[in-house]
Structures are given as structure tokens and as C-alpha cells.
Design a binder for this molecule. Sequence first.
Ligand code: HEC
Length: 200
Amino acid sequence: MKKRTFLIALGLAVSAGCSFANAQTNELAESEVQTKVKQAKVHAKALGGALKSRLKQAIQSGGLEAGVEECQLAAEPIAESLSQNGWEVGRTALKVRNPNNAPDEWEREQLALFASLLEKTKLEGKPPSTPIDNYKYDSDSGEFRYMMAIQQGQVCMACHGGQVAPSVKETILKHYPKDEATGFELGELRGAFTLTYSPQ
Ligand code: HEC
């Protein structure tokens, strides 16, 4: 599975401590799983940070349209440069802009779960204070997977909100004719970082 990996990751990962402890830890010691969780969080943040600064720069110098184009150009190389030592990093969502980011079955399940958790905190009127995330470990293959929710923030509205400016919309559709990633509300689940570690 060579999935296109890309993170804009504007640091809004509502990454959150509810790591539902459903990992099968029979062969990998619990402490090793926790180490993997920590590493996954570091990788997700690195990707988020790198894309955030590239996006910010592009928007400052050339506006939102330039931001869209920069995302398209920079995302994959950035994610690839950070996908090392058995890790593969990327982003996914239930509604995607880039079809290469579409979720697989496990990712879809986690996204649905994250969405309902965020909905709940929205009803309570406060953003979650800890990351919303989850992981699983397959003791047969040794594969470890981790996901962390990314929440729709104010800065995302210009390109993923309900009222994207016509010129921005046009640029988006030029590069992503099948774009599904608009219409998100503030605080809603936009997507998630998704990371896989495969033993080498
Ligand atoms: C300048 C426009 C722009 C802004 C601002 C922006 N994005 Fe995006 N976003 C894009 C583009 C373009 C893509 C498709 C990238 C690709 O080719 O993988 C994308 C893709 C994504 C994806 C990957 C899933 C998908 O839809 O393909 C996530 C998750 C995401 N954005 C979250 C955010 C969040 C969260 C924010 C705000 C913190 C944000 N974006 C701000 C343009 C933008």
C-alpha cells in the first residue's frame, strides 16, 4: 500500500489522551507500545509543524490560492522525508480533498469514533484538552498503527469551510476536481494524522 502521504497539519491536532487501550499487547510489551505511541505523536507533530510553516509562508507571499498550490506541491515530499525507519505518515479524513488520502476500513472506524467524541465535547461547549487518538498493534505482523484527530480551526475555514471564496474554490477544483473537503464547521473533525510502523 503506497498511499500518498501529506500533512498540512496546522498543529490543530486535537491529539488526545483517550488512547483506548484496545491494542493487542500480548507480544509487544505494554511499555514498547507506549514508546510507539510516543514516537507516533512526535512524527505527527513534526509533519504538522513542517506543513504548517510552508502553508503559512505561501499564504503570506501569494494568498490562499498560492497556499493551495503549495500544499499540493509540498505535501508529499515533506511526508516522504519524514517517513523513515519503518514509519509511514500521512493524513486522512472521511471527506477528502485528495482521493489518495481516502481512509481504509480501520481508519474509517477511528474517524467515525473521533467525530462522535468531538461532537460530544462541542455539546459540552469546550474544546478537548487532551488529544483524541487511538492505536492498534497486530502481534502477528508486528504492525503498529496510530491515528490522531485533527480539528477544524479558524485558519482552516478559508479552504475547508462553508464559504470558500470563489477564486480559492476555483484553484482547489483545478487541482482537485473531486474535492469533498469543504463545508466543515469550526471545531468539527476535519481529519486525522495516520501513521503506520512496520517492522523492518
Ligand atoms: C490554503 C488552503 C488550505 C488551508 C488554509 C488548509 N488546507 Fe487542508 N488541504 C488543502 C489542500 C490543497 C489539501 C489537499 C492536499 C493533498 O494533496 O494531499 C488539504 C488537505 C487536508 C487534509 C488531508 C485530507 C484531505 O482532505 O485530502 C487535512 C486533514 C486537512 N487539509 C486539514 C486542514 C486543517 C486542519 C487546516 C487548518 C488548520 C487546513 N487543512 C487548512 C488546503 C488547505
